[in-house]
Design a protein around this ligand. Structure first.
Ligand code: ZN
Ligand code: ZN
Ligand code: FE
Length: 756
């Protein structure tokens, strides 16, 4: 079946024969569509069979004219619209001209060559860059993008750099961060107390030495400080975990080169291209079974979050070191990444043995982005460095809106015309620091894009920080405050990035937490939705969150809550490794029977957690989603599933009654069925439920969103089964399926409510 591939390119492509090249490539592959060059970037749409679209996407950067530079390449697979031929569309400027702030761009091949060329004047200079690469988003203080408006303003260019900067024929013509060892930023090595120990190459040499010796080093990166430690040294990695109070949440690893990375993980072509692309994100790769990574890097995790060096400083460090290092955001547990030097000393100093810093200020934070591939689909997990603040380009024109996003994995968004500018990842808003960062990012985005919102949008939860903040901002601006329900925002976000028209879809929002219309926590939702409104078509049989938030950290509580629902008074304490003593279990069961153990929920994420605990995989977790992920990693693929019982009531949504499934799981456990097979059956049962809901709703388009769709097995199998049944299935490609995509949905729903 034909599909349409939408590509948006930022870069230097004017007057270098780029459009004729795109024309030749598209027609050679027998694809229809168009290419257009505008001040907002190069837009390409091509239609044809998926394999040929993939070939187009692969060959585009590989075979481009040598003079063309692609600074970013965003893409999405969409429904075809039936183009008859391929044409070059005239560049006409439509709509208001908005300035585009580029994301930070990984070091280009030319700069890399110079970096390691002993005859070059920038040999081993950690801040080498050019018009085609280097920092952007993280150094821009205000627009227009000129050196005096960046954090590079404190470094007057030397005559040689100035000459390059002013020479239209030079690769560094108007390269705003242009610098050299004579005039630019310098490396500095600090002791944890902030005593200067060394500068320049000596600083780098000593940091490398320390890492080799198993020490922990804080590195001032592009969008914030990072914490580094030898990824093969178990004692050292454990020490980092101990000091950072981060027990098991996986660490990302930076590898010296693709060749070294291949020794540790399987790397498919698309993954390799992405790792080496201008965005250079963290890509979740399947580990090789005997990879020599320290077990504590990502305990019991079959994947590794891998990245390659993306700044000259990382290149030098990794080149000299030659071994993979843990490379994780420099922050205290759930706070935002540290960008300020004084704060780095105060907060990170006590955690590290050395700080490798420099004197180029960071204008704003940007964590490393995280994504993975599921077949040809790119699934975002965290959208930040390399992507933010590039806009998501929509089909519809929107009013100027500001959306403050979700409570967890927060990002904010602004709309202007057809563009939605989604902020970099901000994080969970439980800490004061994160809330301050949100306020900063809001101010920053409003100023950067000279934006005056016509409404301020937030979640419908009455007590979220973002709700209060949105009300306050709306009052300040004298504009309406619009609230949007969490799961509606999930589905609308996915609809929008897939360019769906405003007709009802079936939206599966399978997620951890989202405030529902009845004031309870929803999460296993099946909605009939359009952009404006939604109806709860189906949900899960609800269960108790024993102890509220505590249930998230202690899934054994959830397992008992499931048992209580499934067995009633017959539910009894279980003998499962890691679970508390029978008396404590009995205590909770008593509370459950009395009906005051906690609030009820339909959370799909918590259902995963509870089943994981029941299988003895995990009684307590140290980060959100851990038990659910372990259930996925544990599963043995099978065709079998448990029975799916659907309750139909006189009014209200259909309910998937999972209680028979829990009873069947218990029976399997008693029979001694291996838990990996039970885990497989459980996943298939969810697939079966999703397919059954699609059949009953009878809507041709099914939209998948919510954190549960970071589960590869669930995503792959549900998508395949629905497609096999003739449904058109839409998933996220540009924004995360988790709450990182909520702000986009809030914008779109609010736009329709306000009459877009
Ligand atoms: Zn360069
Ligand atoms: Zn210079
Ligand atoms: Fe969510």
């Amino acid at each position: 079946m034909n599909r349409r591939l939408k590509v948006v390119i930022q870069g230097a492509v004017q007057g270098v024969g780029f459009r004729p090249f795109v024309y030749r490539l598209a027609t050679a592959l027998n694809l229809t569509g168009w290419v257009q060059n505008t001040s907002q970037g190069v837009f390409i749409e091509v239609e044809g069979p998926e394999e040929r679209l993939e070939a187009f996407l692969r060959r585009l950067p590989e075979e481009k004219p040598p003079a063309a530079v692609l600074l970013s390449l965003e893409y999405a697979y969409l429904d075809p619209v039936g183009y008859k031929n391929f044409r070059i569309v005239k560049s006409e400027e439509t709509g208001p001209k908005t300035v585009l702030v580029l994301p930070d761009i990984a070091t280009c091949a030319d700069c890399l060559r110079e970096l390691f060329d002993p005859r070059d004047r920038r040999y081993r200079y950690p801040f080498i860059n050019c018009t085609n690469c280097g920092p952007r988003f993280t150094i821009i203080e205000r627009l227009p993008y000129d050196r005096p408006n960046t954090t590079m303003r404190i470094f007057p260019m030397c005559p040689e750099c100035r000459r390059e900067y002013e020479d239209p024929a030079d690769r560094r013509f108007h390269a705003q961060p242009n610098a050299c060892p004579v005039c630019g930023p310098q490396l500095i090595l600090w002791s944890p107390e902030g005593r200067e120990l060394a500068r320049g190459d000596e600083a780098l040499r000593r940091a490398v030495e320390a890492l080799r010796a198993g020490r922990i080093v804080a590195l001032k990166g592009l969008g914030g400080y990072q914490l580094l430690v030898d990824a093969r040294n178990e004692t050292a990695v454990q020490e980092l975990r101990r000091r950072k109070h981060r027990e098991e949440k996986p660490f990302a690893v930076m590898f010296p080169s693709l060749a070294v990375l291949r020794q540790y993980a399987e790397v498919q072509d698309a993954e390799a291209r992405t790792l080496q692309g201008p965005e250079a994100p963290i890509v979740l790769l399947r580990r090789r079974p005997n990879a020599a990574l320290a077990p504590s890097v990502a305990p019991s995790n079959p994947y590794v979050g891998a990245m390659l060096p993306y700044t000259p400083l990382h290149h030098l460090l990794m080149h000299d070191l030659g071994v993979p290092v843990v490379c994780t955001s420099g922050n205290l547990s759930d706070e935002p990444i540290v960008i300020d030097d004084a704060e780095a000393l105060r907060k990170l100093g006590p955690l590290v043995d050395l700080l490798l810093t420099h004197n180029r200020p960071i204008a704003r934070h940007a964590d490393d982005s995280v994504l993975f591939f599921e077949g040809p689909l790119r699934v975002m997990v965290r959208r930040a460095r390399g992507f933010a603040p590039l806009p998501i380009l929509l089909k519809q024109t929107l009013p100027n809106l500001l959306a403050l996003g979700p409570h967890l994995k927060n990002t904010i968004a602004l709309s202007q015309g057809r563009r939605v500018f989604l902020s970099q990842h901000i994080g969970d808003l439980d800490t004061l620091e994160a809330r301050q960062t949100l306020r900063q990012v809001v101010r920053d985005f409003l100023r950067l894009y000279d934006h005056r919102p016509e409404a301020v949008v937030s979640d419908a939860h009455p007590d979220y920080f973002t709700t209060h903040e949105a009300r306050r901002l709306a009052e300040d601006f004298g504009v309406p405050h619009v609230t949007v329900y969490h799961h509606h925002a999930h589905i609308a976000a996915c609809m929008a990035e897939n360019e769906l028209s405003n007709e009802p879809v079936l939206g599966l929002s399978w997620d951890g937490t989202g405030y529902g219309t009845d004031g309870t926590v929803w999460g296993g939702e099946v909605l009939v939705a359009d952009y404006r409104d939604f109806r709860r078509f189906a949900t899960l049989w609800s269960f108790v969150l024993p102890g509220g938030e505590r249930a998230i950290r202690e899934p054994w509580r959830l397992a008992l809550a499931l048992l209580h629902e499934a067995l009633g008074p017959e539910a009894a304490p279980l003998d499962i490794p890691g679970w508390p003593a029978p008396e404590r279990q009995a205590l909770l069961l008593r509370l459950l029977r009395q009906g005051n153990a906690g609030p009820r929920t339909t959370s799909c994420g918590r259902l995963f957690d509870g089943v994981a605990a029941l299988l003895g995989l995990r009684a307590r977790v140290t980060y959100e989603g851990q038990a659910a992920m372990m259930l996925e990693w544990h599963l043995d693929p099978t065709e079998e599933a448990y029975s799916v019982e659907i309750h139909e009531e006189a009014s209200g949504p259909l309910r998937w009654d999972w209680r028979p499934m829990v009873r069947e799981i218990l029976a399997d456990l008693r029979k001694g069925v291996v838990t990996s097979r039970i885990a497989g059956r459980f996943h298939n049962t969810l697939v079966r439920w999703g397919v059954e809901m699609a059949r009953r709703a009878g809507l041709p388009r099914v939209v998948l969103s919510g954190g549960c769709f970071q589960n590869r097995y669930l995503l792959r199998h549900l998508r395949n089964r629905l497609q096999a049944e003739g449904f058109r299935v839409y998933v996220h490609q540009q924004v995360p399926p988790n709450d990182g995509g909520i702000a986009l949905g809030q914008i779109v729903v609010a736009a329709y409510r306000l009459g877009a």
